[in-house]
Design a protein around this ligand. Structure first.
Ligand SMILES: Cc1cc2nc3c(=O)[nH]c(=O)nc-3n(C[C@H](O)[C@H](O)[C@H](O)COP(=O)(O)OP(=O)(O)OC[C@H]3O[C@@H](n4cnc5c(N)ncnc54)[C@H](O)[C@@H]3O)c2cc1C
Length: 361
């Protein structure tokens, strides 16, 4: 009985890391609960393609109950944690023996898959009906969205405004310059070192002013600014001192929150020194599922697998055919990296990782 009680796993956050770890543990623990404010799993990097081709979202957004067939799905935010349970926004306490925190980045996505797919259609209508478009933010989201739009709608006048001195500061200068040059070669107007003034940004007015005094005319705009990590909800919990200055949870080599035996953290919320990427979040999930399995079966802590931070690999898609890829010793742009990512955006692969057929929508 005591052994059985030790097998209740609660996962907070149903993103790339949390969804996978819940799926991997569902037949090994007595009870797995996945708590997420949305009813669905979304492949985040596919959403920009879904804005130019809404049917793409049919495959990249799927309900949690499609892959979590032996677990409990709780559609809510978690707002508090004690040593033994978590509290949902609706006031329900859910007890755990092992807790996994995977709350990634803050987002305000709708609750249902249908509503999310409708958002893609709305964005698509907005893009199609505009002659000129302004993208605010030159991180991976802004650059990938610009790439999608120029590939499918080359006739649209596109402006990309970025606050920093170069695009995509999370990768090296070479990758950033190659992406910049590619966009300029497609006649995208890239403006660096300036931000769009909030008060000037209404679609109705069609004009926007930047901090450098530039006036931009555009029929519509898209905000693509980086989202903060979702850790503010931890500030009044037992983990308040485990959050670093950047809002990330401090973890040990086994991805346990430092000083905690049964609380793990995985994905973008962690302070693991590596680029924050989905394929690394998936690796965190795999290592954590293995370690929790070991512990649930009475294995020794000394036998736990240590996580080794990933190297600085990143591929940013530029439309359907091209991409820029940063590898540890080389940075390349064009069709070859495009063949790795841009055609399917790893959607078939991610669906397979989640136990779903790669092509069905
Ligand atoms: C444009 C773009 C392109 C990218 N391209 C790639 C790529 O090509 N390859 C790659 O590997 N990575 C890529 N990434 C990065 C990748 O998307 C992230 O690293 C990955 O999503 C992190 O996974 P996660 O599970 O940690 O967080 P997320 O995927 O952000 O999931 C967090 C989950 O937690 C939930 N949540 C938040 N707060 C709470 C709460 N209080 N209670 C309950 N649930 C909560 C959210 O609803 C969400 O479901 C890209 C990202 C962007 C933006």
């Amino acid at each position: 009985m005591a052994e059985e009680r030790r097998r209740v796993v609660v996962v907070v956050g149903g993103g790339v890391a949390g969804g996978l770890v819940a799926r991997l543990l569902q037949f090994h623990a007595a009870d797995v609960s996945l708590i997420d404010p949305k009813q669905y799993f979304e492949i985040p990097w596919a959403s920009l393609r879904a804005m130019v081709e809404p049917s793409f979202g049919e495959r990249s957004v799927f309900n949690h109950n499609e892959y979590l067939t032996n677990g409990r799905i709780v559609t809510s935010h978690v707002i508090n944690i004690t040593d033994t349970a978590v509290l949902t926004a609706e006031g329900h306490w859910i007890a755990y023996d092992y807790l996994i925190i995977a709350t990634g980045h803050k987002d305000s996505l709708p609750r249902t898959r249908t509503e999310r797919l409708e958002q893609f259609k709305d964005d698509n209508r907005k893009i199609k009906s505009a002659n000129s478009i302004l993208i605010i933010g030159g991180g991976p989201t802004g650059v990938e969205l610009a790439g999608e739009i120029v590939a499918d709608f080359p006739e649209k006048k596109l402006t990309l405004v970025h606050r920093g001195p170069r695009l995509m500061e999370f990768v090296g200068e070479k990758a950033s310059k190659k992406a910049h040059d590619w966009l300029v070669s497609k006649r995208v107007n890239v403006l660096l070192n300036q931000s769009v003034e909030l008060s000037s940004s209404t679609d109705e007015a069609h004009t926007y002013r930047t901090s450098a005094g530039t006036t931009i005319t555009a029929d519509c705009h898209f905000w693509c600014i980086g989202k903060p990590v979702s850790s503010s909800w931890l500030k009044d919990t037992i983990l308040k001192d485990s959050v670093d200055g950047r809002g990330r949870l401090k973890v040990d080599e086994h991805l346990r929150v430092k000083g905690r035996k049964n609380i793990f953290a995985i994905g973008d919320i962690t302070d693991v020194p590596e680029i924050k990427e989905g394929y690394l979040a998936q690796r965190h999930a795999q290592v954590t599922a293995k370690n929790i399995n070991l512990l649930m079966n009475g294995g020794q802590e000394s036998k736990m697998t240590a996580y080794k931070p990933g190297s600085a690999i990143a591929i940013v898609s530029l439309g359907r055919k091209d991409a820029v890829a940063q590898f540890p010793f080389m940075t390349v742009i064009g069709r070859i990296p495009g063949m790795i990512k841009s055609k399917d955006l790893f959607v078939g692969k991610t669906r397979k990782d989640m136990g779903l057929p790669p092509h069905a929508g």
